[in-house]
Design a binder for this molecule. Structure first.
Ligand code: NAD
Ligand code: LMR
Length: 369
């Protein structure tokens, strides 16, 4: 009975978390074990495996610790024996349909995200080779958390595309790689709530587009301003706080790293959508995330992409609200946000965003080529 076979297959999901022993990786492991476990509790036709990978030996302890949590998520961990051991990464990734990547170094005070590129781009390249060799590139979703997101997503896309070509696999990888910018939307919502004393325990939702660093982060507070009536001066402060929210945490941690707990929360919220999709609970999801707007043949990646390219002076990668299905990846970009770009305050921000973002993207593409 093909129908039953495919639905059973749809309900069995392997999630790989690369960089699982780190500041983000540890709380994200806990969230995935607990919250994904709650999603499948009591549902016999659904299975979830969480495969943890890190080069740090402490992963063994993290895994032992979290494995005592009594949810139905099967937990495994993989640590390479030495620098040349590729088998741990391969085994971790084998058959994974969702790969989440917080592997890489974080910032210290005085550093920009770009300062992380030299080290983290090398890590992303290694992980991309592992993904291409062990996952089905026409089915896997790859979520990149590591910084600088604006440059590392292009590295991941280009590396996967190269590997697909080398392996002679026709896979539209551009439609399945996502830069995790959701923390910016979480911050925009929180800061707006703090500013306006948003009442009744309601959490405002604020779309954030563009990229993930400084002026490339473009929060769209226009609708909220109309609804709640705050001043342009307050708006400018809000925008600045969202754009530099990461710095607040880096400075407060005084050299011990950057956002980890809020990132794990945002990372889980974001990844949870993909888990629902892969478990077959929903047919499509709507997320806002940093993607390639162009396919391998340089045609717009999906419906709506050409409008975004036009509005952003052909910026190849951009965070946009979009629709994703398990089979096709990105299917449609929701272009309704474009009208907000014409507002006076936003126009200036967009120009600065595009100029910085293009340089970040170029850095990633050049590295990969
Ligand atoms: P961390 O140093 O605490 O953890 C990183 C982990 O990656 C470590 O456990 C390390 O052993 C591991 N690692 C290093 N090289 C690896 C490799 N080749 N393979 C597998 N694992 C490897 O750092 P963190 O605080 O967890 O931050 C991780 C990354 O996430 C940083 O680049 C940071 O800037 C970024 N970040 C992004 C966002 C976002 O909004 N997208 C938010 C916060 C942090
Ligand atoms: C953040 O926004 O908190 C992250 O990108 C980490 C950082 O370096 O600021």
């Amino acid at each position: 009975m093909p129908y039953i076979e495919s639905s059973e297959k749809k309900g069995s999901v392997k999630v790989a978390l690369l960089g699982a022993a780190g500041g983000i990786g540890q709380p994200l492991t806990l969230l995935l074990k607990t919250q994904l476990g709650a999603k499948i509790l009591g549902q016999e036709n659904k299975q979830l495996e969480l495969a943890l990978y890190d080069i740090a030996p402490i992963l063994e302890g993290v895994s032992a610790d979290v494995s005592h949590v009594n949810t139905p998520v099967l937990l495994k961990h993989y640590i390479p024996k030495d620098r040349d051991d590729e088998s741990a990464l391969s085994e971790c990734l084998q058959g994974a349909s969702l790969v989440i990547i917080p592997a890489g170094v974080p910032r210290k005070p005085g550093m920009s995200r770009d300062d992380l590129f030299a080290i983290n781009a090398g890590i992303i390249r290694t992980l991309a080779k592992g993904i291409a060799g062990n996952c089905d590139l026409s089915k896997v979703f790859v979520l990149v958390i590591s910084n600088p997101v604006n440059s590392l997503v292009p590295v991941m896309v280009e590396e996967l595309a190269k590997e697909a070509k080398r392996l002679e696999i026709a896979a539209p990888v551009q439609r399945r790689v996502f830069g995790v910018t959701h923390l910016d939307a979480v911050r925009a919502s929180t800061f707006l709530q703090q500013l306006t004393n948003y009442s009744g325990n309601r959490v405002p939702s604020v779309p954030v587009i563009g990229g993930h660093s400084g002026e490339t982060i473009l929060p769209l507070f226009g609708e909220a301003q109309k609804e709640l009536g705050f001043s342009d001066e307050q708006l400018a402060k809000l925008v600045h706080r969202v754009q530099y929210g990461g710095d607040e945490v880096v400075e407060a941690k005084k050299g011990a790293g950057s956002a980890t707990l809020s990132m794990a929360y945002a990372g889980y919220e974001f990844a949870s959508n993909f888990a629902d999709l892969l478990l077959g609970t929903v047919d499509k999801i709507n997320v806002t995330t940093f993607i390639s707007l162009l396919d391998a043949d340089k045609a717009p990646v999906a419906e709506g992409a050409s409008e975004v390219l036009e509005a952003t002076d052909n910026t190849e990668y951009f965070a946009v609200p979009l629709e994703v299905t398990a089979e096709e990846g990105i299917v449609k970009i929701d272009t309704s946000f474009l009208t907000q770009l014409n507002e006076n305050n936003t126009r200036k921000l967009l120009t600065a965003c595009i100029s910085a973002l293009k340089k970040n993207i170029e850095l990633g593409i050049t590295f990969a080529s």
